[in-house]
Design a protein around this ligand. Structure first.
Ligand SMILES: *Cc1c(COP(=O)(O)O)cnc(C)c1O
Length: 389
């Protein structure tokens, strides 16, 4: 395959996937090996699987091309990827985060990295003035998530990357909620893109994994060194499974986008829902940014598969969930099957209640991860359960 100008869905199937050399196997073998023969002292392509493995390289090559980066580094989990990003910093450095990031990101900063004197600030990163004011001479990194989890707020990646360049700090974007099909932050000026592979990239709820993608060789080399030193590597089997899933990323994302769009517009008028949070609704406060920033590979606006709804109270949320038949109560998101999650008691339980409520994560809030089942079946499931509360 020539290197240039292949479209997204072609790349997701072929990049890093040239048929294997020995027998021409179209589906590549899994290199289940910890070590490799060296031709001479120090003469090798791979030496030890913590440092590198061909199955991992195939996956990294593929995802790097989808995010339009130079290289990617795959990890054993999304949190391992985030920890490795933080290891780019030194004690005394400060990081500014989107205030309602993934609960695990909050937990690791406030309970682990604070002990190493890496200070985190939590800001409303949809407000560029607030963000600018927080930057000081110790700020080395801005770490944003967009859309945010679970409130679906949208930050303007391009504008934030301008602010970061001006202040000489690195911009990291957690792109897990969008996948590279829906949003490619490196093309908007970000320095590092992070994914929990566990979600849309793998998409079948059977792998825990993470990945970082960057353009600058210096950042890539540093991150590879950090990973090799810490050892947070994915297994060859998990890399292979993820690679297999990526081949259908385009068709899956199209369906997630379409289903969620239809469901959000249907739920919008339902009076049992106190509030609905979905960036594809025109009255969403950040609709305009979502529309210009979240583009599929053809350049059409897309809004993802995640919807949050507030039913007003814990008892109503409980009753609603009990009556769902297709949506399964579970953590995680981005799989082919529809899931429902109660952030206050599940994903965001480690955030103190007063902080949580300030963010909008009330006891009546539910997050829907819309799968790729038939949209009308999902609507019937939601309607039936809503009518019971
Ligand atoms: C799940 C998730 C993570 C953490 O990833 P793991 O694979 O669970 O370690 C980080 N960020 C976001 C947005 C996530 O949804």
């Amino acid at each position: 395959m020539s290197k240039k100008n292949k479209k997204f869905s072609t790349k997701s199937i072929h990049k890093g996937q040239a048929p294997e050399k020995l027998y021409g196997a179209v589906s590549l073998p899994i290199y289940l090996t910890s070590t490799f023969r060296q031709k001479e002292f120090g003469e090798y392509e791979y030496d030890y699987s913590r440092a590198g493995n061909p199955t991992r390289t195939n996956l990294e090559t593929n995802i790097a091309s989808l995010e339009e980066g130079k290289e990617a580094i795959a990890f054993s989990s999304g949190m391992a990827a985030i920890s490795s990003v933080i290891h780019l910093l030194s004690s005394g450095d400060e990081v500014i985060f989107t205030r309602n990031v993934y609960g695990g990101t909050y937990r690791i900063m406030e309970n682990i990295y604070n002990k190493f004197s890496i200070k985190s600030h939590w800001v409303d990163s949809t407000d560029l003035d607030v963000l600018k004011r927080k930057i000081n001479s110790n700020t080395k990194m801005v770490f944003i998530e967009t859309p945010t989890n679970p409130m679906m707020e949208i930050c303007d990646i391009k504008e934030i990357s301008r602010i970061c360049k001006h202040s000489k700090c690195m911009l990291v974007v957690d792109n897990t909620f969008m996948s590279p099909y829906n949003q490619r932050p490196l093309t908007l000026g970000a320095d590092i893109v992070m994914h929990s592979i566990t979600k849309y990239l793998n998409g079948h709820s059977d792998v825990i994994g993470g990945i970082l993608i960057a353009k600058k060789q210096k950042i890539i080399d540093e991150l590879r060194f950090i990973q090799m030193s810490i050892g947070s590597v994915p297994s060859p089997f998990d890399c292979w499974i993820t690679q297999r899933s990526l081949k259908t990323l385009s068709v899956r994302m199209k369906q997630h986008n379409k289903n969620a769009y239809k469901i959000a517009h249907f739920l919008e008028s339902f009076d049992k829902i106190k509030s609905i949070f979905y960036p594809g609704l025109v009255n969403h406060p950040n609709y305009d940014i979502a529309k210009k920033q979240q583009l599929d590979p053809n350049g059409d606006s897309v809004f993802g598969g995640m919807i949050s709804i507030d039913l007003g109270s814990l008892s109503k949320a409980k009753k609603f969930v009990k009556n769902l038949k297709i949506f399964t109560l579970a953590e995680s998101l981005g799989g082919v099957e529809s899931l429902v999650c109660h952030p206050a008691s599940m994903t965001h339980a480690s955030i103190p209640k007063n902080v949580r409520v300030k963010l909008g994560i009330t006891d009546g809030l539910l997050r829907l991860s819309v799968g790729i089942e038939d949209a009308n079946d999902l609507i019937v499931d939601l309607t039936t359960a809503l009518n019971k509360i």
